[in-house]
Each structure stands twice: as structure tokens, then as C-alpha cells.
Design a protein around this ligand. Structure first.
Ligand SMILES: [Zn+2]
Length: 486
């Protein structure tokens, strides 16, 4: 599902800008072309197809397949018509093609689609068989036969409608099970203002150690769990020496900030080779990551219901506490929201920056959005409608250095401003003749507004469409408003 959403997040802005670029007459033409191809395709295909046989698996499935196909064909016709007019369409086409090549997504969707169609055929077949058998039986009955037969037909159509309604849900759940790329989203780690600074530092340390072991862990969930377990107490090693039970040691022997039973802690620590004991808050935080992901299997991307279910029935130390689980979930979500909110509206110091791109360029993807490749966006993407390559310039006085960022980033220009900020201009040309500062890798003085070079033209191995990815070198919050167009 994530993959579909992210793919959609890429396709939709392109479709939107294509539509924007079309004039009124063009739009009418689009409608006309679509309708004509649609009518032609359906007339021809329906003519060629054998007549639909009610209740026959193959016939029902074939007709459903063709119905969907008839909707898709006009889009292909439109593609060829629009290709000449708007080059952006080619981008869209090549992106969709690249999906079929490098990605099993399309193959998976097709498989799911086929299974759905077959399931539909079978369901219709069973319903019709049952209905016919019942009708045969009812017609023989004295007195009630005349009423029963139509009644059975009504029930049959109700079942038919239910089958149609159920199909998309069936398809989705099937897709979830065979999703070729479960996507891991790394959350942005920003301290919510209400979180205890010291605890937050332990959490950050624990999470970064867990990430080194390939485990992603949500800081807001971890913090929310901590509050659920031990309130506002910071369970440092001093607490291990105090008389028990206390705020950090329960009657049942659950210990430390996340109230681990020693054997639960040890089991999870051993699995990842973690040294250290559960009284060390950062160690406990790291092991809590393994525990909640591997054993309890809770995450904020779950629905509230499945979160509560997993929490209350997989959690060994958290006993059966659905109400508490709900509180943990809600609090974690609220913490995340408040962190982002607080971070996105800081009193920005008036900067001397200027817009680093042509004035008709706009911010395409904002900082902090979940990107289709499964990461949180750590910069802003600046593009021009139609996605051509363009020149960028220094957003402030300072020193700049060009380096090759590999096949994903393409060229990168790092700019240290005289105010002391460091930016990366990512997706620059790799061809040095299109870069206007020396490409020897050294630092060179630049003045604000000075042209730095062209951005990379087209896709890279990890980005779609020509655009500048502008970021602070540490990936911290950045917005288009910091760079007024002059
Ligand atoms: Zn970007």
C-alpha cells in the first residue's frame, strides 16, 4: 500500500501540472479523444467477445477483465496525443515504464488483479449455481412456488452486488500480503517541546544505535511508552540501588525506564548483540526498539485497532491493557504532531538568502514529506513546470565546493555561507562543462546571485524529473519561504 501511495505521490503532481498546462480547448479535446477511444474499444471488444454467460467462471472473469481494459486503453491513446504537446508527459511515461522495468510493483499489481478476477468469476458461479438449484426446488413447491422464485432471484442479485463491492477490499488485502517492497519510513527525530530533554537524548542515542543494526524505531512511540511505563521519572542507574518497589522497579520485577523483565531485556539484547544493562537508559531505549518491533510488533503506521490488539496481546510486560494501548498510541501521535508543528513555525531569523533558481521555479516537494522511496524528505525540491534543467545561483555569499555525489545524487555543490550555514545543492550536472565554479573539489569564493551551474537533466537512479534538491547539510528543516524571490 505504501508503495502505491508513494508512486501516486510522484504521478499525481505531474498529472496535475499537465492538466494545468492544457488550455480549455485542449481539455475538451482530451475528453473527446478519451470518449471516442472508449466507445470504439467497447463496441469492438464487446462485438468480438463471446456473449456473457451468467454464472460461468471463465465468461464472468473474461468480461470483467475486458471492462477494466476498456477503461485503460483510452489513456494510452491520450498519452500519444499529449506526448507531442507537452514534454512533461514523456517524463510521466518514462517514469511509469521505469516502474515496470526496475520494479516488481507492476507485476504484483497484475497478479493481484488476475486473482481478483478469477475470484470474482468463481463467486458468481457459486451464487448462480445455488440460486438455480434453489429455484428448481422452489418451483415444485405447492402454493409458495410463485413467491419463492422471484424472492430467490432478488437474493441472488443482492449477493451479486455484494461480490462487486467486496472485490476492491479483497484486492487490497491481497496486495498487502504480497507487497514486494515493504517500505521502512524513517521518522524525523525532533524533540516535542513537552518531552523531557534528558529522556529525549537517551531515546535519540538508543534509536541511532538501533538504526546501525538496521532497525528503525519511532521516537514518539518510544517516548509515549516511557511515559506509560514510568511517568516522568528518569530511571538512571541510581534507581537500581533504591529500595523496591519504586517508580522504576515494579512488584513484578519489571525494571528501568521501559519496565523490562530482566529475561525479556536479555533475550532482545542478545538477538542484536547489545552489551550493557537495562538500567542504562540509552541501552534500554535501544533494546525497547527491538522488543516493540520484533516481539510486540507495534508501530504508528498501524491503525489504532491493530496497534491496540498487538500491544495488548503480544506485549509480555504490558499485560492485557487495551485502554492503556490506546492512550500510548494517541499520545505518540500527538507528540509527533507537536514536534513537527513546533519545528515548522520557529521564528526564523531574517536571512540574507535569495531564491537560488529561476523565478518561475517552485517548490515541488516540501521538507518532511514521506517520499515514495521510503525516506522522509530532508530538503526541498525545486522544479519548473515541464521539468526542464535550469541554472542555479549562490543563495548567499560564501564558499562553494563541487563534488561528484554518485549516480543517485549526481553532482553536488556544497555552499558554506558567510553567516555560517551549510547547504547542499543536490542533482547538479556531472558534466563539468556545465558547472561554472572550478570542479577540482576545492573551496572557492562565491558571491550571492553568482551562477553556479546547471542542474542534472532528467532522472537519476533515485530521483524523478529534473529538479534541484536543496538542503541544509544536516538535513534540518528548510522551507521555500527562507529564500525570497527578488
Ligand atoms: Zn528531493
Amino acid at each position: 500500500m505504501d508503495k502505491i501511495q508513494k508512486t501516486w505521490a510522484i504521478i499525481w503532481p505531474i498529472v496535475k501540472s499537465i492538466f494545468k498546462l492544457l488550455g480549455v480547448w485542449d481539455r475538451l479535446e482530451v475528453l473527446l479523444i478519451y470518449t471516442i477511444i472508449y466507445i470504439l474499444a467497447s463496441v469492438i471488444l464487446k462485438e468480438v467477445l463471446p456473449k456473457k454467460r451468467r454464472g460461468e467462471v471463465f465468461s464472468e472473469a473474461l468480461h470483467l477483465f475486458v471492462d477494466v481494459f476498456i477503461i485503460i486503453i483510452p489513456f494510452i491513446g491520450l498519452y500519444y496525443w499529449l506526448k507531442e504537446k507537452i514534454p512533461l508527459v514523456v517524463q510521466l511515461g518514462s517514469y511509469i515504464l521505469s516502474l515496470t522495468k526496475v520494479d516488481e510493483l507492476v507485476a504484483t499489481v497484475l497478479k493481484v488483479f488476475l486473482v481478483c478476477i478469477i475470484a470474482f468469476g468463481i463467486a458468481r458461479w457459486v451464487i448462480t449455481l445455488c440460486s438455480l438449484a434453489l429455484q428448481k426446488f422452489a418451483i415444485e413447491l405447492p402454493y409458495v412456488g410463485d413467491i419463492a422464485v422471484p424472492l430467490i432471484r432478488v437474493v441472488e442479485s443482492i449477493f451479486f452486488v455484494l461480490t462487486v463491492l467486496w472485490l476492491p477490499f479483497f484486492g487490497l488485502s491481497l496486495y498487502k500480503q504480497v507487497d514486494p517492497y515493504p517500505v521502512v519510513i524513517y521518522d524525523v527525530i525532533i524533540r516535542p517541546p513537552e518531552a523531557n530533554e534528558q529522556v529525549w537524548e537517551y531515546i535519540e542515542e538508543g534509536i541511532s544505535n538501533a538504526q546501525e543494526n538496521g532497525m528503525d524505531c519511532n521516537p514518539y512511540l518510544l517516548y509515549s511508552l516511557k511515559v506509560y511505563e514510568t511517568g516522568s521519572t528518569v530511571c538512571t542507574p541510581i534507581w537500581s540501588l533504591r529500595p523496591r518497589p519504586n517508580e522504576c522497579a515494579s512488584y513484578a520485577g519489571a525494571l528501568g525506564m521501559w519496565q523490562f523483565l530482566p529475561e525479556t531485556f536479555q533475550r532482545n539484547a542478545d538477538r542484536y548483540g547489545v552489551k550493557g544493562n537495562l538500567w542504562k537508559p540509552a541501552v534500554a531505549a535501544e533494546v525497547a526498539c527491538y522488543f516493540i518491533n520484533d516481539e510486540v510488533q507495534i508501530s504508528l503506521s498501524q491503525t489504532r485497532e491493530s496497534f491496540i490488539n498487538n500491544f495488548a496481546y503480544n506485549g509480555l510486560i504490558w499485560n492485557r491493557d487495551p485502554d492503556g494501548a490506546g492512550v500510548v498510541y494517541d499520545r505518540a501521535k500527538a507528540l509527533r504532531e507537536s514536534a513537527l508543528e513546533n519545528y515548522k513555525s520557529p521564528e526564523l531569523e531574517p536571512t540574507e538568502y535569495i531564491w537560488p533558481a529561476p523565478s518561475n521555479a517552485f517548490v515541488w516537494y516540501q521538507w518532511g514529506v514521506d517520499m515514495w522511496y521510503g525516506q522522509t524528505h530532508n530538503g526541498i525540491d525545486i522544479a519548473i513546470g515541464g521539468l526542464p534543467a535550469f541554472q542555479v545561483h549562490a543563495l548567499a555569499n560564501g564558499q562553494a565546493r563541487y563534488w561528484d555525489g554518485g549516480s543517485c545524487n549526481a553532482g553536488v555543490i556544497t555552499l558554506r555561507t558567510s553567516q555560517g550555514d551549510e547547504f547542499h545543492y543536490v542533482h547538479m550536472e556531472r558534466n563539468s562543462s556545465k558547472i561554472f565554479i572550478p570542479t577540482d573539489g576545492g573551496w572557492h569564493n562565491v558571491t550571492q546571485g553568482q551562477a553556479l551551474g546547471f542542474i542534472h537533466n532528467g532522472n537519476t537512479t533515485c530521483s524523478v524529473g529534473s529538479h534541484l534538491h536543496l538542503m541544509f547539510s544536516d538535513g534540518s528543516y528548510i522551507s521555500g519561504e527562507m529564500f525570497p524571490k527578488k
